[in-house]
Design a binder for this molecule. Structure first.
Ligand code: 13P
Length: 250
């Protein structure tokens, strides 16, 4: 059985006080299920979040990190720093990092390599732009994103990778890929992984869908064979909505 995962990417939202409030609300209403639940608060709130959730089943992830260990990289955070506060999961390759902060596949590949070398778990994001879907090149684009970052992974590395397909046209737009569109792409992704690694890895790896997932559409998406949960933006900022999405993954 593949692990179902629902992860909340809080992006640049929530002060320390708001972070504490949301974590408290999540903890008071959360009942343990087979689905792994992850939240990714802003850097400045990671330490406190980890402290609050230390003995909870809810895991904490970072939203980004740098590929170097130390040095003159103003504003950046290393894998070692994250691990020193007990964080062992990181989101890498998010489309906002690619589009707004101009991270290339090459930079993302270095970050993924560094995280995996540190035995951290990577939630690797990728997905096509609207024009690419319109011109019917979305499968090619996604294949190329996968290959340029994940082509030299060992079997052990693969055990620490979670994939998150996030079509850019569906992020924060209210427009979701239909369950059929998402399933078609997830099947393609699983097939590509089996070619790049092995059948065993492909059948075990969790592939999440992200892009305007809400309580109302989560069941339809998560009921598809190759969709193993979601990476949630806006709807992860409200405890009720996020926990309803967690329930939908069961
Ligand atoms: P939304 O759920 O707000 O569309 O964001 C998705 C996302 O980017 C998660 O990483």
């Amino acid at each position: 059985m593949r692990q179902k995962i629902v992860a909340g990417n809080w992006k640049m939202n929530k002060t320390l006080q708001e972070t504490e409030e949301l974590i408290n609300a999540l903890q008071s209403d959360y009942t343990t299920t087979n689905t792994e639940v992850i939240i990714a608060p802003a850097y400045v709130n990671l330490y406190r979040s980890q402290e609050l959730l230390n003995s909870s089943k809810i895991n904490v992830s970072a939203q980004n990190m740098h590929f170097e260990t130390t040095g003159a990289f103003t504003g950046e955070i290393s894998a070692e720093m994250l691990q020193s506060i007990g964080i062992d999961t990181v989101i890498l390759g998010h489309s906002e990092r690619r589009d707004v902060f101009l991270e290339t596949d090459e930079i993302i590949a270095k970050k993924v390599r560094k995280a995996l070398d540190q035995q951290m778990r990577v939630i690797f994001c990728f997905g096509e732009q609207l024009e690419e879907r319109k011109s019917n090149t979305h499968f090619e684009v996604v294949s190329s994103q996968l290959k340029s970052v994940l082509s030299d992974l060992s079997e052990t590395d693969w055990n620490n990778v979670v994939l998150a397909y996030e079509p850019v046209w569906a992020i924060g737009t209210g427009e979701t890929a239909s369950p059929e569109q998402a399933q078609e792409m997830h099947k393609h992704i699983r097939n590509e992984i089996s070619v790049m690694s092995s059948e065993a890895v492909a059948s075990q790896i969790s592939i999440l869908y992200g892009g305007s997932v809400k309580p109302a559409n989560a069941v339809g998406l998560f009921s598809k064979e190759d969709i193993d949960g979601g990476l949630i933006g806006g709807a992860s900022l409200k405890a009720d909505d996020f926990l309803a999405i967690v329930d939908a993954a069961e």
